[in-house]
Design a protein around this ligand. Structure first.
Ligand SMILES: C[C@H](O)[C@H](O)[C@H]1CNC2=NC(N)=NC(=O)C2=N1
Length: 99
């Protein structure tokens, strides 16, 4: 099972991401896509990566604004799995023109 990261490790890994903030036991990032359908395309790509990783973000879609939140429920907080998927989401957001 993935191990909880301590505060120092969370800060260090946050520094390697783009636009993520810590909110207690989860990390979140909100992006704006160029269009609603571009945002949906991003969500579809993230869904595929989430299935591959067996790790699934909470996703909130509001027109072309999409918010992703990650937490490892089984560990009760933040683990490497959250930061690994967040990094993949950053790359996919850039590919879909979302920032
Ligand atoms: C059995 C399966 O591995 C677990 O239910 C997975 C699925 N996806 C998950 N996603 C997230 N974000 N956190 C989890 O703890 C989690 N657990």
């Amino acid at each position: 099972m993935a191990e909880l990261l301590d505060d120092a490790a969370v800060s260090a890994r946050l520094a390697g991401l783009n636009g993520w903030t810590r909110e207690g036991g989860e990390i979140r990032r909100t992006v704006r896509a160029p269009s609603f359908m571009a945002g949906i395309g991003l969500v579809g790509a993230v869904a595929g990566a989430a299935e591959d990783a067996d790790h699934h973000p909470d996703i909130d879609i509001r027109w072309r604004t999409v918010t992703f939140a990650l937490s490892t429920h089984s560990a009760g907080g933040l683990t490497a799995k959250d930061f690994d998927l967040a990094g993949r989401i950053d790359a996919m957001a850039a590919e879909h023109g979302a920032a």
